[in-house]
Design a protein around this ligand. Structure first.
Ligand SMILES: [Ca+2]
Ligand SMILES: [Ca+2]
Ligand SMILES: [Ca+2]
Length: 242
């Protein structure tokens, strides 16, 4: 494919047919550049691919096996400090477990495959599904928040009104409709952190991701840098105000 400088595409995934949930970010800090994890929701062939975000080159491909349906949704993020960098997973039995960048099984599948939120004090990300936040664990997820009196939208996709770093430090707020649909509630973490980095809305990719959350397939925002266990100091945001 041509270069992006003249507006032509860098790569295509049309040969994978269906495109479903897609996550773009620096999930593998030891590997140069950004990565894309995408669910293909096919009954045969590729179930999910992990690709170089710049070239489309396949890093790992998981195929459907034994005639099982592939995952209908999937997520990428650093949710488990026991594996370096990010993890990758999908709903249902299509992938079956938490995966590392090589596609190896490294633990139980998380309790959901919907959204993510940085909620507690460590930089490992938590799971957001419906009106609750859970911390992934090898023996089970731990509930950190139940936002009683609120609900998510879009059935099993469990979409919040918005999730993202809107106020305060780098942790993320969760906006949900009140059960009577006459008001929105904004939930913010009460948990302290000793980690100080710029608010995520200073990162241009993350800021755009707040828009993509509402204009494309609703998925959680990802910054342009690795935010997770063992992370280096992120780059100074290059923001200019006029
Ligand atoms: Ca990377
Ligand atoms: Ca990890
Ligand atoms: Ca955390």
């Amino acid at each position: 494919m041509g270069s992006a400088a003249d507006g032509t595409g860098r790569s295509t995934t049309t040969f994978y047919a269906h495109g479903d949930a897609l996550h773009a970010g620096d999930f593998l800090p030891a590997r140069p550049g950004k990565e894309i994890w995408q669910i293909h929701e096919q009954s045969s062939g590729a179930a999910a691919t992990l690709r170089d975000a710049g070239t489309g080159a396949i890093i790992t491909q998981k195929n459907n096996t034994c005639g099982r349906a592939g995952p209908a949704r999937g997520v990428a993020g650093d949710i488990y400090a026991g594996n370096p960098g990010g993890e990758f997973w999908g709903s249902g039995t299509g992938l079956g477990s938490l995966l590392n960048a090589c596609g190896d099984s490294i633990g139980r599948n998380p309790g959901n495959s919907n959204f993510l939120a940085w909620w507690d004090g460590d930089p490992v990300r938590e799971l957001l599904d419906g009106n609750h936040v859970d911390k992934y664990g090898t023996n089970g997820d731990t509930r950190l928040l139940t936002a009683s009196g609120t609900h998510s939208s879009n059935d099993t996709k469990a979409t919040p009104s918005l999730s993202g770093d809107l106020f305060g430090d780098w942790r993320e707020e969760i906006i949900l409709p009140r059960d009577d649909n006459n008001a929105l509630r904004i939930h913010a973490t009460p948990i302290p952190t000793d980690r100080r980095i710029h608010t995520l809305m200073h990162d241009p990719q993350y800021r755009i991701a707040i828009a993509w959350q509402n204009t494309a397939y609703n998925q959680p925002p990802h910054p342009s840098f690795f935010l997770g266990d063992g992370m280096p100091t992120p780059p100074q945001p290059d923001i200019h105000l006029r």
